[in-house]
Design a protein around this ligand. Sequence first.
Ligand code: GCU
Length: 356
Amino acid sequence: MIPELLETKGKNTKEYWEQVRRPEIQRLFEKWVYGVTPKEPLEEINAQILNTELLENGRVKKEEVLLELKRNGKVCGFRCRLFLPADLKKPAPAIIMLNPFSRNKKLDYPGKEMDHMPYDLITSQGYIGIHADVDELCADDPDLYQEGLWELYPGRAEDSWGAIGMWAFAGSRVVDYLQMRQDMNCDKLAVCGCSRAGKAALWCGAQDQRISLVISNVSGCTGAAITRGKTGEHVIDITTKFPHWLCKNYASFSHREEELPVDQHMLLALCAPRPLYVSSASEDVWADPHSEFLAAQMAEPAYKLYGKQGLKECEFPRENQPIKNGCVGYHNRQGVHGCRRYDWEQYLLFIKQYFK
Ligand code: GCU
């Protein structure tokens, strides 16, 4: 049985959701899935612009920025590449693309760099694109992930965070930085991620209300897909192959997924009432497009509390037939796992309804 999103009859109000149920669901995800995000603040965040250049015949300004985080006498940092329309006249909305693929030379991007962060497309529509190399804070490696950010917040518990939690945390630190700048419209910030980064983007958006729109690209297992009954990857696969991604408690559900106190529609619901876009790829059975669509549909009751429409009334769409008219959008791109220009074209159309 998939757990109920709103379990309390008669208490289904916006207020009850915000004050009781929402924080309760967030705590369940912390304890059993992603691990606890430390609440103690950093002592300092320093930003240093390392390099600036013009691209696309002067239409795009690229800034490479190093963000350094400091706590308990330890420092760690990560780089972000900001792509701004060169003729920016007023603060613009920004899209943060979490990138945990920068140190992983074997894997590379699941797609080419311009597919993963098509800054020409993004800036031509007046937005700022930010490619955040979050794996510089926490390596995507079971032997190395406890170097860097982990040392600022050490932990040894069964519910201590893993790489996905740390990448999500890094997304929020990018938001901290954007709030210090004059050229960002911080009422209009989106976070996006592909695959493992899609899981992190969802977790980041779920926790950080300053993010106003959340996008998940082929995030699959422990991302947008309902765990119970999905095809492809399961708790046992993800926790065996990537033991550093999630908290230790999660692995204990390997042979008893039915007993998980949550399922992934509850993660998506934590984004409500903010716009959410989930996308799949038709040949990606490992992630499972149907289960991603199902979770997006099942997040609807949280949106309904705000009088907003999700995907409840929609059928699973045919390939390349995006659904963008509600507050929860979805498409199933024809093809294999990864992030493609087609995906971005749909995200930007969805975003436009809220950011223009
Ligand atoms: C593996 C993993 C997935 C993950 C994907 C990726 O396939 O099993 O959970 O989403 O890598 O990040 O590309």
